[in-house]
Design a protein around this ligand. Structure first.
Ligand SMILES: [Ca+2]
Ligand SMILES: [Ca+2]
Length: 222
């Protein structure tokens, strides 16, 4: 009888040892799986940050600008004396208070347009109103009015025509400009600093005067 009791006691002790060991193994596996899931979550978070659009907007924003100046090109003087034009571009954020003014020189393509790439610097992606102007031209608002700018690519503006004749640079074409230009035409000079040689052929004559009148007509000012 005492021998039987000893056998039962040995078997019970074996299971008493096995069960805690098994629980420890299960606990270890659980901790391992939990740790792996946490690592995966961390990796996913890192990946999300790497494509955060806020970071991509910090790269240099590029704008391809093309303008036509009336009187220069195929319907006017195809061989202007000045092969570059200084152009100022104004950007206004539609949903932010961002305002940017940049000036660049565009190069004549030998036929019709002045073109160039404008570096806007670190500018946030988004929607903007864009205006352009050159020396003694009226400002023009780009069309469509709201332009979405995207980082990492060259944003292309369609060609715009700039109209000359704003002699006093107040962004209005009216009789004050006509009077200032008329003095130059009557004296047959280029009125240094306020050139009326609109077609840039080196002469001040009836061709330039007609261009000014045409601008008034095109802009419905007469
Ligand atoms: Ca004016
Ligand atoms: Ca001329």
């Amino acid at each position: 009888m005492p021998k039987k009791r000893k056998k039962v006691s040995s078997s019970s002790s074996y299971y008493e040892l096995l069960i805690p060991t098994f629980l420890v193994i299960l606990l270890t596996i659980g901790v391992f799986i939990f740790a792996n899931q946490a690592d995966e979550k961390e990796n996913m978070t890192t990946k999300t940050i790497s494509i955060n659009p806020k970071q991509s907007t910090l790269s240099d924003m590029l704008l391809s600008v093309t303008i036509k100046i009336n009187g220069i090109g195929q319907e006017g003087n195809i061989f202007p004396r000045h092969l570059t034009r200084k152009v100022t571009v104004y950007l206004y954020g539609t949903t932010t208070s961002i305002t940017v003014t940049k000036t660049t020189y565009l190069t004549y393509d030998g036929k019709q347009y002045f073109t160039g790439i404008l570096h806007l610097g670190k500018l946030a992606e988004g929607s903007y109103f864009i205006k352009l102007t050159a020396n003694h031209t009226l400002q023009i608002l780009s069309k469509p009015e709201i332009k979405t700018l995207t980082a990492g690519q060259t944003n292309i503006l369609p060609p715009y025509t700039l109209y000359q004749g704003d002699m006093n640079n107040d962004n209005v074409l009216n009789k004050s400009d006509y009077s200032l230009a008329l003095v130059c035409f009557q004296n047959n000079n280029d009125c240094t600093g306020t050139s009326v040689d609109f077609n840039d052929d080196g002469l001040v004559n009836i061709l330039d005067y007609n261009l000014l009148l045409k601008n008034f007509a095109v802009l419905h000012l007469v």
